[in-house]
Design a protein around this ligand. Structure first.
Ligand code: UD1
Length: 412
């Protein structure tokens, strides 16, 4: 892509990747046909579709709606080939246990952002009466019957909260999850499970209470908007000046991101389902620390690093969620940024301008950050391994082009 073109206009976000994936997994819990609308057309959804089809479900897609028929399941296995491609495949573990009492899920590798453990998933499920063993690269889980229990997570892990929630919803008796993750996607999953007949209170707070029910029935549900896709376009607006309006998102999900955009010198306006970002003055330095929701999302950290790299002064980003997520810094430095990493802090010394360069996309959000940086860099930037970006952004190139960005897939 070429820099200097600017972005201006309105873009609509798709449904949240991190919600849609879990709703697809949760459809296992209710035999029959569940319909999920506002599902983004991105490669992670195709991977989860293959996971479900491998279990024996039938999945039909019409535009952005999936009809998932889980009447009959034929397997309890999520194979390595798919789990290695997408770590969130592990979210079939809880639903399979809830539906069939057994599951075999490959140990995830995960994307390139630090060691991502699954001990909290395992410990939580064990407390609900699941026997778990590991062997030959697989988690083998069985239960004679899920029994509700009081649990406290060491850390508010999104994936562990979801897996435990999806098992507890059909366990016998009451489960409470203390120190639960509070992400909007957890709330969406709970709403979905409640519409299937689940009895859940407190989702979106640190204490979730689940009264197990005997069975769930299929439902129809629309996925909430993707706050990370929205935030990515808003950073694009702040980088280039905008104005960029993002529609299809509840601004409340972006509270901390919008606060940090304002600190970085952007003007932010909101309506109940859109956000507009403009910048007329310089980018100001800002300090950002990632934290579980409602803190600043780690999934927006690389995009902010791109933005702060052209600030008038020095900024510090502290990464508290994933240990190895500054991988984008080396690539930004190849474009003239001045980022130094010290443990889980990144010191960003603002430069006047980035310069276009060939760079490599190390993971999904870093890839998005490099594309945004390329839009303001002087000259041409080529981002290789851009398939990572397709995991999480539907038609990213088209949407940026419609806003006026000079971006295109190169012939390979
Ligand atoms: C989800 C999101 C991801 C986001 C992350 C944090 C999906 C598909 N992915 O990932 O985009 O960046 O939340 O907001 O929804 N941990 C443990 N033990 C565990 C589980 C997690 O130590 O059993 C640690 C991880 O190593 C990591 C931290 O907890 O350091 C956060 O992980 P978690 O919240 O579980 O993230 P994911 O669900 O994997």
């Amino acid at each position: 892509m070429n820099g200097g073109g600017g972005l201006a206009g309105t873009v609509r976000v798709e449904g949240a990747k991190n919600s849609a994936l879990k709703l697809m997994a949760a459809s296992i819990l209710a035999p029959g046909v569940t319909r999920i609308s506002n599902v983004p057309d991105i490669s992670d959804m195709h991977t989860m579709r293959r996971v479900l089809e491998g279990l024996g479900a039938r999945v039909d897609r019409t535009d952005h709606t999936l009809a998932i028929d889980t009447t009959e399941l034929a397997s309890d296995k999520a194979p390595y080939e798919l789990v290695a491609r997408m770590r969130a495949s592990i979210s079939v573990l809880g639903p399979l246990l809830g539906r069939t009492g057994h599951a075999r899920v490959a140990m995830p590798g995960g994307c390139n952002i630090g060691s991502r453990k699954i001990d909290l998933h395992i410990r939580g499920l064990e407390e609900l009466g699941v026997e778990i063993s590991m062997g030959h690269g697989y988690i083998e889980a069985t239960t004679a019957g899920l029994i509700g229990a009081p649990l406290t997570l060491d850390f508010p892990s999104v994936g562990a909260t979801e897996n435990i929630l999806m098992a507890a919803v059909v366990a016998e008796g009451t489960t409470t999850i203390e120190n639960a993750a509070r992400e909007p996607e957890i709330q969406d999953l709970a709403d979905f499970l409640v519409s299937m007949g689940g009895r859940i209170e407190g989702a979106g707070t640190p204490t979730i209470s689940i009264e197990g029910v005997r069975e769930l029935s299929p439902t129809d549900h629309a996925v909430i908007g993707d706050r990370i896709e929205a935030g990515t376009f808003l950073v694009g607006g702040a980088l280039t000046g905008g104005p960029v309006t993002v529609e299809g998102i509840d601004p409340a999900y972006l509270d901390m991101v919008l606060t940090k955009l304002e600190q970085a010198g952007a003007e932010v306006g909101t309506t109940p389902e859109s956000v507009t970002v403009t910048r007329t003055g310089p980018v100001s330095p800002a300090d950002v620390a990632t934290l579980p929701y409602p803190g600043f999302p780690t999934d927006m950290q690389p995009q902010f690093m791109a933005l702060l790299s052209i600030a008038e002064g020095n900024s510090v980003i502290t990464e508290n969620v994933f240990e190895n997520r500054f991988i984008v810094a080396d690539e930004l430095n190849r474009m003239g940024a001045r980022v130094t990493i010290e443990s889980h802090h990144a010191l960003i010394r603002g430069v006047d301008e980035l310069s276009g360069a060939p760079v490599r996309c190390p993971d999904l959000r870093a890839g998005a950050a490099l594309v945004l940086a390329g839009l303001v860099a002087e000259g041409t930037t080529t981002v290789t391994e851009a398939h990572h970006v397709e995991r999480g952004y539907e038609r990213f190139d088209e949407k940026l082009s419609a806003l006026g960005g000079d971006v295109a897939y190169a012939e390979s």
